[in-house]
Structures are given as C-alpha cells and as structure tokens.
Design a protein. Structure first.
Ligand code: G6P
Length: 607
C-alpha cells in the first residue's frame, strides 16, 4: 500500500526520492508525489498514475537536498493529482506525507475550517498538514507531537517545514517507519527496500514514537518527550535481491527462485541424528511444546492458504488439532482463547493490518502467538511471542509465490518437531525429513516443465471463468490457484473442494469454463477422477494436474500437467508450482501488469 520516503543529505533530493518511490512501487499505488525545499520555496510535484508520470512532471534541475516522497493507494478521495501526497498547509510552509487512515479527520477538519484553514483535497491526510501548521510555533518536532496526540487512527507520517531546512520529522502509529542511517545522510521510509541503495543500517521506529532527523543526526522520543535509544540494525538483504536479474518480471523471478528459497527456509533447521527440526525462535520449552492442545493459524490472502495446508498437515502428521482462520474475521468475533492453544500469525510482510490486529486481540486475551514472517524487523515478528523467519529474500511481486512455499516449509518443520514429540518414530521422522529435503530438487523438475504449462496457459487465456478443484491437503492449493489467477489475470476463478462441485459449481460448467483438477496419487484419486468425468459429461474442459506416470489422466482430461511423486502430505509444494506458472503465463497472454495488478497492494496496512 502507500509508501513513504524522506531524505536529508548532501545530494540532490529529488532523484533519490523518485528512485525510492520506484522501489516502493511493488507495494501497490495509484499516484505519487514529492516535496522538496529549494531556495526557501517548497516545491510539490504530484501526479496520479505511475512514477514515470511524476518523473516527467519534475521541473528541470530541481535542487534541494532534503525532501519527502509518497506513493498513494487511494482510500479517501479519488485518484487525482490533488489527492496525491505530499499535502501542504495553506501557506506553503510545510508539507507532510501520510500512510494509514485518520479516523477522526472529519471532526478535526471542521474545527480547522472554522479557524479559516482551506482544504484542497478529499483526503483524510490533508488534515495533518493543517493541524501541524495550526500548532507550529517554530519547532516542527514539537508541533508534530502535539498534532499526533489529537489524531485517532493509524499513521506513518513524515513532515518538513520551510523554516527548518534540513530537518525531517516522522511519527508512527500502526504504519511502519524505518530510519536509515547513512554516512552524512539520513533516510526515513515505510519499507527498507526504498533505502537499500544508500544504507543497510536501520532503526525501526515503534508505535507512539517521533523521530527528528538531519543529515548527520537523529533523535527518537515518545510523544511526551522521553528519549528512546534503540540500537542500529543491519538489513540482511542485498540490492541484487530486489533487482529482476534478467527475468522479465519479479513474479517470474520469484517463482523460479523457489528451489533455493525453500532450501534456505530449511537450512540448519533439520537434524538427522534426532530426525527432528530445530526452530530456535519459538521461545518455547520442550514441555510447553508438548502441552500444546490446539493450533490456530491466523492470516490473510496467500498466507491464509499456507495456514490451511498447515492445519491439515498438523492434524495428519502430528495428530494435533489445528485450524486456520481469516484474521479479519477472527478479530471481531470475540475468539475463545484457551490456555494451551498456540496461535500462528502468518504474514510475508509482517505488516498486514488484519493479521496484526487479530494477533494483538489474541495476546490481549492472554494467548501465545508465534509469527511466521519474511520481513525481518516488521511489526508482527517484533510483537509476537516468538516465531520463524522464512528467509525467502525480498518478495516484490504483489502476488505471493515464494513466500507461500517458504511459509509451508516453516510449518513442515514445526509439524515434524511436534510429531516427533508425540507419536512419530525416529525412522518415520527420518524418512519424512529425507523426503522434505528432496522437495527443492522436485520443485526444480516442475519448473523445468514451464514451457508445457505456458502452452496450456495460451490455450485457456481467453476464458472468462475458471474452476480450481482439489481435495484433502490440496484443497488449499486449489484455493491458492484460484487466488493467483484472479489476482494477476483478472479471470474470475473459484477454488473448491472437488467433492463439493455437485453442490453448486457444476452449474457453471460449459464449454467455455475450464476446470483444473489436482489429482494426487492418494486415496482420493479415484473419487477425483469421477468428478472429472462428471465435468466432461457436461462438455466442460478439464485440465488435470497429476503425478508422473498417471497415464490414465490423458484419456479423460483435455490437457494434462504432471509433477513428480512425493509423500502425499508434501504434495502442495509441487502442485502449487503449476498454478503459479499457469497464472503468470495467462496474465502475460492477456497483457496484464503481472507485478502490480490493478487495485491490489502487496502489503495491506489498513483494515
Ligand atoms: C495482500 C497481497 C497478497 C498477500 C496478502 C497477505 O493481499 O496482495 O499477496 O497474500 O496481502 O499478506 P501478508 O504480507 O500478510 O502475507
């Protein structure tokens, strides 16, 4: 969603801000703008559309060595130049950029209007600029602190004032802000990717904190002026990891990285001597792990689908009752938190508002929540009681791919750990572990078949509607396949249990609606084949995703894709890859913006 970048230093600010915004593009946005101070004049340039539109609108030779930039994902007010950030006060003295939602902006606006302040946009954010102007008495930091005390809602804010050249002030409540500490330069951003080119030394700003920065100094305090000293951390990502490295799209790169990213998620965490896993970050004793009576996964989007796979897995492998629930639903239904329940908040970004608020609700009730996250230092891992980093490296494409298989990896390690504490023998544990270790090479085998999947994508790219059908542990993969396709190709797609097809979806079947069946080599195979025949009998087109050697599928289905055989419980690692590739190639055929699909955001930081 929205992105913030601020820069103070010796270099011209505008190109750095624009480059920073380019790095934030992946989060999803619909307009962008920057504000820089040059020769005592505050220049604001804002454009609806892409960063390139903003770049083209910049005056030649725009100087100034400090400023702020923003990518906006519209919530209040349409996608227009005016509604884009930064927003200035009426006199052009100060400007701000804001992520989040100000819930009491109507009341604040009314009050400011009675004092004569004129609003120029339809946004909630503009109220912050006028409020700071109203409270300003020569000290921006103090004015920001007074202003945020009056705000209700979520915010990451960065502000600058004409009377204090070289000073930026940031404030955070619920929307991430990271301070980048460079050599003689300082950056403030909503996401470390925006500053990676300049520094890897960062300080994570926490909720309720205000940071004042200049090119060579920074100070963090709470809104009551108590000083906060936090140590500088080093970002583990390299610039190279956020480049496309020869691939056409980030999504393609991330799909093809999966053998490596899965391997990385496992690295150093499997122990053949004891046939179990080590997950040091859980912060739980052996006894506490043994005492778990139920696991509940809370998440959104693709991460929720990883949770569905996990709950099936935990019940089957570890015989531990488990379930997954959408975080957005759990938060508002007064969930029952029992003593020996263990919760997992799964989030690639670690910033998804629904997941974060659900996690806080569980913790408020005394529940223990572990995070499964990718972005180190994000809010969910910092606030959770422990957890597992999946180490996928940056995932830039909006549609999640490698994070999904790495989230699965974390859950498979956890399931093995619990299973071995309960009733799984050493030899059963070892053979499961060995098969898990073979997954990266089997994923590579599926990726090597991408060309065949591309042909199938070409054939069905004109479809209006698509069904994805699976059973057992692959039911969740069917849901994920449908989500992937609709996200990036805009084809209406539904994921269903193949068994449920007779209870509704079969009414949709005609020659134009393809059904993709996941047909693993397990006890339900024959039942799924019967479902496929039911669709064929109604002239539906059938694509079967089966296991190598299942030659019968070609006699029934119109098209067939194959994955190598593996342990039934491990099959989601392999069956999800053709789904990702099919979606990617379909989106290409349809000329869609694969990495930044319309209306979607990578990290959904508002409810
Ligand atoms: C958005 C993204 C999805 C992602 C979901 C959850 O909808 O577009 O790709 O699965 O958020 O994100 P999280 O960062 O919490 O995993």
């Amino acid at each position: 969603m929205c992105g913030i970048i601020g820069y103070c230093g010796p270099k011209p600010a505008a190109p750095i801000l624009v480059e920073g915004l380019k790095r934030l593009e992946y989060r999803g946005y619909d307009s962008a703008g920057i504000g820089v101070l040059e020769n005592d004049v505050l220049h604001l340039v804002k454009r609806a559309g892409k960063i390139n539109d903003l770049r083209n609108a910049l005056p030649d030779g725009l100087g100034g060595s400090f400023g702020i930039g923003h990518t906006r994902w519209a919530t209040h007010g349409g996608v227009t130049d005016r509604n884009a950030h930064p927003h200035a006060d009426g006199r052009g003295n100060l400007c701000i950029a804001h992520n989040g939602i100000i819930e009491n902006y109507t009341a604040l606006k009314r009050n400011l209007e009675t004092k004569g302040y004129e609003f120029r946009s339809e946004t909630d954010s503009e109220v912050i600029a006028h409020l700071i102007a109203d409270l300003y008495d020569g000290d921006l930091e103090r004015a920001v602190k007074s202003a945020v005390r009056l705000l209700k809602g979520t915010y990451g804010i960065v502000a600058m004032h004409r009377s204090e050249p070289g000073v930026l002030v940031g404030a955070r409540n619920g929307s991430p802000l990271v301070l980048g500490v460079g050599h003689g330069e300082m950056l403030l951003a909503s996401d470390v990717t925006a500053m990676l080119e300049h520094t890897k030394q960062v300080i994570y700003i926490e909720d309720g904190e205000v940071v004042r920065m200049t090119a060579d100094d920074h100070r963090t305090t709470d809104t009551r002026d108590n000083r906060i000293d936090r140590s500088v951390e080093t970002i583990g990502w390299d610039l190279e990891e956020i480049e496309k490295n020869g691939f056409d799209h980030y999504m393609e790169k991330e799909i093809f990285e999966q053998p490596e990213s899965i391997r990385r998620a496992m690295q150093g965490r499997l122990d053949p001597d004891t046939a179990t896993s080590h997950l040091g970050g859980l912060n739980m004793t052996n006894r506490e792990l043994l005492d778990i009576e139920r696991v509940k996964v809370i998440a959104a989007g693709t991460s929720y689908h990883a949770g569905l796979v996990a709950s099936y897995l935990l019940e089957s492998l570890a015989r531990l009752p488990a379930g997954a629930e959408l975080a957005s639903e759990l938060r508002y239904r007064n969930p029952i938190v029992e003593r020996n329940n263990l919760y997992f908040a799964v989030s690639q970004s670690g910033e998804t508002a629904d997941t974060l608020y659900a996690m806080r609700e569980i913790q408020r009730k005394g529940g223990r929540v572990l995070g499964i996250c990718n972005v180190v230092g994000a809010t969910i891992p910092r606030e959770s009681d422990g957890g597992v980093y999946i180490h996928s490296g940056p995932e830039i494409a909006v549609a999640s791919t490698k994070a999904f298989t790495s989230q699965l990896t974390a859950f498979y390690l956890f399931a093995l750990l619990i299973a071995r504490k309960r009733d799984m023998s050493y030899s059963a544990g070892l053979s499961f572990m060995r098969e898990l270790e073979r997954i990266p090479e089997k994923v590579q085998v599926v990726l090597d078949r991408a060309a065949a999947i591309r042909e199938i994508a070409k054939k069905y790219a004109g479809a209006q509607s698509f069904l994805f059908l699976g059973r057992g542990i692959n039911y969740a993969v069917a849901l994920e396949g449908a989500l992937k396709l609709k996200e990036i190709s805009y084809i209406h797609a539904e994921g269903y249990s193949a068994a449920e097809i007779k209870h509704g979806p079969i009414a949709l079947i005609n020659e134009e609606t393809p059904s993709l069946f996941i047909v693993p080599d397990d006890a339900l195979r024959d039942k799924i084949i019967s479902n496929m025949k039911e669709v064929k009998a109604r002239n539906g087109k059938v694509i079967a995703l089966g296991v190598d050697g299942d030659n019968e599928l070609a006699d029934i289905a119109d098209d067939v894709m194959f994955v190598p055989s593996t342990n039934e419980l491990l099959s989601p690692f392999l069956t999800v890859i053709p789904m990702q590739l099919l979606s990617y190639y379909t989106a290409l055929e349809r000329g869609c913006n694969v990495d930044q699909p319309r209306n979607l955001a990578k990290s959904v930081t508002v409810e």
